[in-house]
Design a protein around this ligand. Structure first.
Ligand code: ZN
Ligand code: ZN
Length: 408
């Protein structure tokens, strides 16, 4: 059984703290059909908060699989561009965005990697305008999770399905801080703590970070005028929202041309239905020149060939090993959770909001400061309790930032 009271608190939290919906603002919401009970509660809280129109768009795993089973080959080079263009138009008209995750993270793991790769690529291209409005933070947005049954069975295969779902629900509620009597207040306190970390890093304004640990010796140059962010932040429309619930990270934009050395993943990466494990890559002058994985290598290599920017970094994020999600000891096979259990890097598109600039930077300005651009943004975990991180100043001085996976 999913705790109804906590589910309702999650819905309320996502409206008030997550997306911070403003009176009169429309809301566009995407969700798996299974998440309908949560979506209905969100709609209630959204209208109570003064929403204009709430528009839910649902997806269904059976229909996704039907495509792989029955669609003609050409289908896999297509995407619903008209729908994504409509989303872009909605964002241009100040519609807020909410996404509910909860699908089976390995839905496509038995499908033809070529079809999966082509479908992902077609989708990424069609989604570009809408995705850019989100990465440029034009409007307030938020992602939360529904405890999907197939997802729960991946995490707790030994349990009966209802018990597995209830256990995942509890893990989501706890990580999202809806265990507290007043989750909105709990998030205010949490945001304040994250701000202390990001303020310190912004004061230091390191030239690079150096990660060392098992199979890892990686220098990540940071973009010029990079700004560390975490927790609540302000969208271009002026609304302060919490894009990710949960969120334990502080993150910034690396320099696309100044990443060198080797790094290995510390948790499996679930990417659009495929599992990629034990990633090992070598960077030279910002670019991945060698990559392998013990599982899902074919998918990984396809991802790296998505476009020019796919082999370069767009994000670096710091998360202590003591984060509640890490301490839960659970592997969620879901980036929204797993990225909050460990330090991570992301291949592809950078967040153009992660710059100390008063005005909105153009694409060319972002590039000039070292920000990467790509149609992908894929986070993968490189942190563990064995990782040390030093901050390196322009003149080469080193400051300890993390020791054994914890803030110094
Ligand atoms: Zn991140
Ligand atoms: Zn990311």
């Amino acid at each position: 059984m999913i705790d109804e009271k906590k589910l309702d608190r999650l819905a309320e939290l996502s409206v008030k703290t997550g997306v911070a919906l403003q009176p009169g603002q429309d809301l566009l919401l995407t969700a798996p059909v299974e998440a309908l009970p949560l979506v209905r509660r969100i709609a209630i809280h959204a209208y109570k908060a003064g929403a204009g129109v709430v528009t839910p768009l649902f997806s269904d795993p059976e229909i996704v699989l039907a495509r792989y089973k029955h669609a003609p080959s050409q289908s896999f080079d297509k995407a619903a561009a008209w729908l994504y263009n409509g989303m872009s138009e909605a964002f241009d008209n100040n519609t807020a965005r909410m996404a509910i995750a909860g699908d089976d993270p390995m839905l496509l793991s038995n499908e033809d990697p070529d079809k999966v790769g082509r479908a992902n690529k077609a989708n990424s291209i069609a989604l570009k305008p809408a995705r850019e409005r989100i990465t440029q933070f034009k409007v307030n947005w938020n992602i939360i999770s529904w405890p999907g049954k197939a997802w729960a069975m991946r995490m707790f295969p030994e349990l009966p399905i209802d018990e597995a779902q209830a256990k995942l629900a509890d893990a989501i509620f706890s990580a999202s801080r809806v265990d507290f009597d007043d989750p909105v207040k709990a998030w205010e306190d949490h945001n304040a703590k994250l701000r202390v970390r990001s303020n310190w890093l912004n004061e230091k304004s390191f030239h690079a970070l150096h990660f060392s640990g098992p199979n890892t010796d990686l220098t990540v140059g940071l973009a010029e005028d990079h700004e560390w962010m975490g927790g609540a932040s302000k969208a271009e429309n002026g609304v302060v929202c919490n894009p990710n619930i949960p969120s334990e990270e502080v993150f910034t934009t690396p320099h696309a041309l100044r990443v060198d050395g080797k790094v290995s993943s510390t948790k499996p990466l679930s990417h659009q239905g495929s599992l990629i494990d034990n990633i090992q890559v070598q960077f030279e002058a910002g670019k991945i020149v060698e990559a392998k994985a013990s599982k899902g290598e074919e998918v990984l290599l396809k991802v790296l060939d998505s476009d020019e920017g796919a082999r370069r970094l767009g994000e670096v994020a710091l998360v202590p090993d003591s984060s509640p999600i890490s301490q839960s000891g659970l592997l969620f096979y879901n980036t929204l959770f797993d990225e909050n259990a460990a330090c991570h890097i992301a291949l592809g598109q950078c967040y153009s909001k992660c710059f100390k600039s008063k005005t909105n930077l153009s694409e060319a300005e972002v590039k000039a400061k070292g920000g990467n651009s790509s149609m992908i943004h894929i986070d993968w975990m490189i942190g563990s309790k064995e990782i040390d991180i030093d901050g390196i100043s322009e003149s080469g001085d080193r400051t300890p930032v993390f020791r054994k996976g914890e803030w110094v």
